[in-house]
Design a protein. Sequence first.
Length: 228
Amino acid sequence: MSQLQVRSLIDGFNYNYVDSLFDEDQVTNFREWIYYGHHKKINKVLTNEINSKWIIRNYLSSKMILSATVMVTSLEYAIEKNLKMTIPYLSYYAVITCCRSFLYTIPYNEWTSNEDFLKMSHSKIINLTNDYLNHLDSEFASETKAMINGLKEWRELFSYKFPSSGIGLTEEYGLDEVIDTCTTLCELAQLSSEQIQKYVLKKCMHNFEEWGETESNLMEHGYRYNGM
């Protein structure tokens, strides 16, 4: 029995935010849209290259969630200790990091160039997140984009301009709002990542021996940092 098959038997995830924010039809349609994206790209013919890329995608997505968790914990501490200059930075980067986690799991986010895919600009991250969330709920997508852009302006204001009025006279985003957005994006990353597993188990296990090995040269792009 393969690792994928074992995981499918023991995996279980409670979608607290997704289930409360979106209705069943929205979630079902989003799942089907993701699943169809895999079918369109793979079409029952999985290769070592595609397998390697999806291992890296899911690894990076998980790593982004871990990174965002550290940032949110630091944000909580900064708020508690009144370390105001760090609050805009941690708020923005926690959310943008969760966006990256989400984007790595989307099959429509094509990996054509290592540089472009692994080092997406912030504007591209924001726009792609909005585009893909529109397939779930357009209102949520619009609200999320507005929040991220607001956080971006907030972070840039105190990184580059240092206003004499201080942080208190600008629009602030509360800890709960940041956590809610981060958690929703991470749950959507989990939901999306399940679809590649579902597709492979259903359509590609007949020739597992042909694609089960990974391409080491490709894997290095996801597991190494600056050649280290």
